[in-house]
Design a protein around this ligand. Structure first.
Ligand code: P6P
Length: 321
């Protein structure tokens, strides 16, 4: 099986970007080791703090963030970084070619139950017009991503990555610590009978979303005329991996609880990288009526409604909007 670096070279990815991706993956391998050690590595449980999102911070959130942040700030090609765990951007090297945003540990409420968690990352070109400490580096639409990916810490440690071409899947070979190409091109089935949404939030949804889900739940007797199944991982990285692997629709819709912010998931380091992976696998990714990748960011931790997955099911969902 082909190693990651050979694949990226064949994809004509510039060497400095390949090296940066490998820098990020070096941190994820360390995270994967600690996740696999679980209770034995003393990283379970919560800190006494909340993160800037107002969420309880897990010990492994902090460790993962420090590992990735440290690796990136040591890389001279990195001009600035943004993290779910950091309120502000962190300046890197003034002449760096890239900026990196990441969610160090998505789904961290799953850590203590040995559930799926993952690291999501995205790389953009650095903007010359702004200095390394200027957050406007990150006011680029998702269409400008040079690379997007996640490492899923599941039964196997899996990297899903796109550098603008196909969405590819690599598996970490623990015998030598390298990621090997295991699925050269992930393609999302255009149709599906599987949906992912946290239905406990139904009373907060717009009527259009409530009607869409109601029709799915009516199965064969309803207007959709087929039985649907539901899966909800509590970790976007796990749900989107399932959608990329066997089709489906993943929803985190507008939510009346989030006053001032239309939804829960963050544009920069959750929705955009996942949208690039889904689109490059033949699926669709929308923030209500607009492709996620076309949303122009206005603030660093901006949240967007998310609907992504099987193209024909996304079209059916949008027809209710
Ligand atoms: P809820 C994890 O905290 C996350 O950001 C996503 O990974 C996940 O899809 C969502 O929140 C889960 O949210 O409201 O179901 O706990």
């Amino acid at each position: 099986m082909q190693r990651l670096i050979a694949t990226l070279k064949k994809d004509n990815v510039e060497l400095e970007l390949i090296m940066l991706i490998r820098t990020i993956l070096a941190a994820t391998k360390e995270i994967a080791f600690r996740v696999r050690q679980g209770a034995l590595s003393g990283v379970l449980g919560s800190t006494l703090d909340e993160n800037i999102q107002g969420e309880t911070q897990k010990k492994l959130d902090v460790i993962a963030n420090q590992l990735i942040k440290g690796m990136l700030l040591n890389d001279e090609t990195v001009k600035s970084i943004a993290s779910e765990e950091e309120e502000y951007t962190v300046a890197g090297h003034a002449k760096g070619k890239y900026i990196v945003a990441f969610d160090p540990l998505d789904g961290s409420s799953n850590i203590d139950i040995n559930g799926q968690i993952g690291t999501i990352f995205t790389i953009y070109p650095a903007l010359r017009e702004y200095s390394a400490d200027d957050a406007r580096q990150f006011t680029q639409s998702g269409r400008r991503q040079l690379a997007a990916g996640y490492v899923l810490y599941g039964p196997s440690t899996t990297l899903v990555l796109s550098t603008g071409g196909p969405t590819r899947c690599f598996t970490l070979d623990a015998t030598h610590g390298g990621f090997l190409l295991t699925t050269p091109e992930l393609t999302i089935e255009p149709n599906t009978q599987e949906f992912a949404v946290n239905q406990a939030n139904e009373r907060f949804w717009a009527l259009s979303t409530r009607n869409y889900i109601k029709d799915l739940l009516q199965g064969e007797e309803g207007v959709r005329g087929k039985r649907y199944n539901m899966r909800w991982n509590g970790a976007m990285v796990g749900d989107v991996h399932r959608v990329l692997s066997r089709g489906g629709i993943f929803l985190y819709p507008r939510d009346s609880r989030n006053v001032g912010q239309p939804a829960k998931l963050r544009l920069l380091y959750e929705a955009n990288p996942m949208a690039m992976l889904v689109e490059n696998a033949g699926g669709k990714a929308y923030a209500e009526r607009q492709p996620i990748l076309d949303v122009m960011p206005s603030e660093l931790h901006q949240r967007v409604p998310v609907a992504m997955g099987s193209a024909n099911e996304i079209d059916a969902y949008l027809a209710y909007e």
